[in-house]
Design a protein around this ligand. Structure first.
Ligand code: APR
Length: 244
């Protein structure tokens, strides 16, 4: 993968960078993208039918089982070269903020610290009533585990369709996107708000937009640079070209 000299010179001059990642950034870790997650027995459901408060109210066990299945699928997953490259970028660019829509925890596992998990983290579980986090729970229970404090049903600590994003994380994401010189959109279809609007906030404030994706997306035509391919290959090539 050759990175254009123009992009490299932009990056060399950048002191503030933001990267937004989506499910594509974890695809090379063997995790299905969000829209590919419905396979096998889950294929009969649309994501909205599994990842929403209404779905949980209607059938908590079905929703709990889908997330238990996804936690199981993630158990064997390891960060890929793209995750590690982003952890490297954080060490090289003074003000770097990594914003992820992924709930798989792989960026944290790769060592990224300046991380905003906009949609939560599937490895965390909290009470649907009192909000207390559960340290442990019986993953094999026949019924949805309940909160030790108030007996409420436990749920994954992720943002469901129709729910608002963690306010603090979103505010920091918007602030970083507005202030950056370079904004990377990596492995995301850029269709789900409000994450999808961060690139526009960056562009409006003069940032250059770099998109890394296996395919074009609605953002591609607005991006200053479009690097088509796998993020697990492109990101390490970018780090190598920048910092050897
Ligand atoms: N490298 C780079 N991009 C990839 C790769 C890869 N190896 N594999 C897939 N992609 C791209 C696809 O082309 C697609 O544009 O990753 C994107 C995945 O898009 P989605 O499945 O829509 O996932 P995402 O953009 O993260 O969805 C955003 O929507 O469904 C909600 O909350 C859910 O966080 C999710 C959000």
């Amino acid at each position: 993968m050759n990175i254009s000299a123009e992009l490299l010179s932009f990056l060399r001059g950048a002191s503030r960078a933001v990267a937004l990642t989506g499910a594509g950034a974890s695809q090379e870790s063997g995790l299905r993208t969000f829209r590919d997650s419905q396979i096998g027995l889950w294929a009969q459901y649309r994501p909205e039918e599994l990842a929403s408060p209404e779905a949980f109210a209607r059938d908590p066990k079905l929703v709990w089982d889908w997330y238990a299945w996804r936690r199981e699928a993630i158990k064997g997953a390891r960060p890929n070269a793209g995750h590690y490259a982003l952890a490297e970028v954080e060490k090289k660019i003074p003000q770097f903020t990594l914003i992820t829509q992924n709930v798989d925890g792989l960026h944290r596992m790769a060592g990224s610290l300046a991380l905003l998990e906009l949609h939560g983290n599937i490895q965390r579980v909290r009470c649907s009533e009192c909000g207390e986090y559960a340290e442990t729970w019986n993953e094999d229970s026949e019924t949805v585990p309940r909160c030790d404090y108030c007996e409420g049903l436990l749920r994954p600590d992720v943002v469901w369709f129709g729910e608002s994003l963690p306010r603090n994380q979103l505010e920091r994401a918007v602030e970083a996107s507005r202030a950056c010189d370079v904004y990377f959109s990596i492995g995301t279809s850029g269709v789900v708000q409000p994450a999808a609007s961060l690139a526009h906030a960056a562009k409006k404030n003069g940032a250059i937009i770099v998109e890394i994706n296996a395919e074009t997306t609605p953002l591609t035509e607005k991006a200053d640079f479009f690097l088509q391919g796998k993020s697990g290959e492109i990101l390490p090539a970018l780090v190598k070209a920048m910092w050897g």
